[in-house]
Ligand binder design. Sequence first.
Ligand SMILES: [Zn+2]
Ligand SMILES: [Zn+2]
Length: 419
Amino acid sequence: MSMDLTFLGTGSAYPSPHRGASALVLRTEGDCWLFDCGEGTQTQLMRSPRKASKITKIFISHLHGDHFFGLPGLLCTLSLSCSAQPGQQGAYIEIFGPQGLRHFLRVALQISSAELQLSYAVHELEPSSDQSPCTGRLDAALITCSPQRHPQEQPGKTVHLDPDSDCYTLIDDQKFLVQAFRLYHRVPSFGFAVQERDRPGRLNVELLKQLGVNPGPLYGRLKSGHSITLDSGRMLHPAEVLGPAVHGRKVCVFGDCSALVGSGGRRACEGADVLVHEATLEDGQQERAVEHGHSTPSMAAAVALTCGAHTLVLHHFSQRYRPAGERQEGGGGTAAERHEGGGGTAAERQEAGGGTAAERQEAGGGTAAERQEAGGAHVSQLKVQAELSLQGSSTRVILAEDFLTVPVPLRERHPGKTG
Ligand SMILES: [Zn+2]
Ligand SMILES: [Zn+2]
């Protein structure tokens, strides 16, 4: 019944020693689902309390390197742990992400002659044309795969936007409804809403025994909502012996964005227990953030308010902001610290590999003078800005940092009240 989120990387654009590139794990009853897989995610996993071998599903929000460059490497390493159990059927991993991901992964695994002991499938989401400027749309040639699948690749689906819900339905089973929704970014980006199904309440075993119903299949029938007939001929209805239903939790993870597209996201995230949203730059840099398809803390807070979210978790911070655990210094620090804060030579930034050149520029703090100036900027100001925007609401704000685990407890809900 426990559910939690563990952040593996909370930095934007590229991984630094203090903040990994984007990745987080949602753990539910033993299963782990990974959201985004930036470069270095596998080493971040090793340093975290979560086990890579528990990952069964991977969700990629968009095709910027800082969100998916870690994927081929992670799959290869997962495969190694599968091969340690000869004779057993290997793991099967389902991957969801924008069009182009299947091609990328197929080419990366084929070119590197990767021999996987696990099988995988890529289910691609078809974006709409209003999710990015036209420069962000992939050429058809980049979306079209070579017809030959990797030997371990299973056929994947193409998931289309459902016009009624304005969402993409990714998983719809007894335990979860998982929907993706559209976001605006420099390339098409998606958010994911994970809704746990409501569960029936506890059976009143004492009362059942008094009525002469002993533990067995009849208990299951009552729990699944069916009435049963007692020996006396009386009908016993589930409502007479079941406690209040346990409301499922809702966790929403947004990809990079400066806005929602359509109404799907707002509806899918309504009443979210936890809403994870990016806050790349501070409020004072809103114009610049929006220009690059990103958000500030008050923009994230506005989304949380619209959705009536109970908890807003901020992440995807520009590497210019000093981490929460680090003491504040006026623009100085050691050379290593300055490097972490987005400095280093152009070649070093280039080497760091995440995102486009524009993203690195944006997150690396622009000019040397700007980086120097930002050397004293502390990530905690982003939390303060979100809290100011949320004054008067009951939404609380959490600032994510690498390896932070945020529990998602079951909540009492009052009729007619969300959030
Ligand atoms: Zn990013
Ligand atoms: Zn991005």
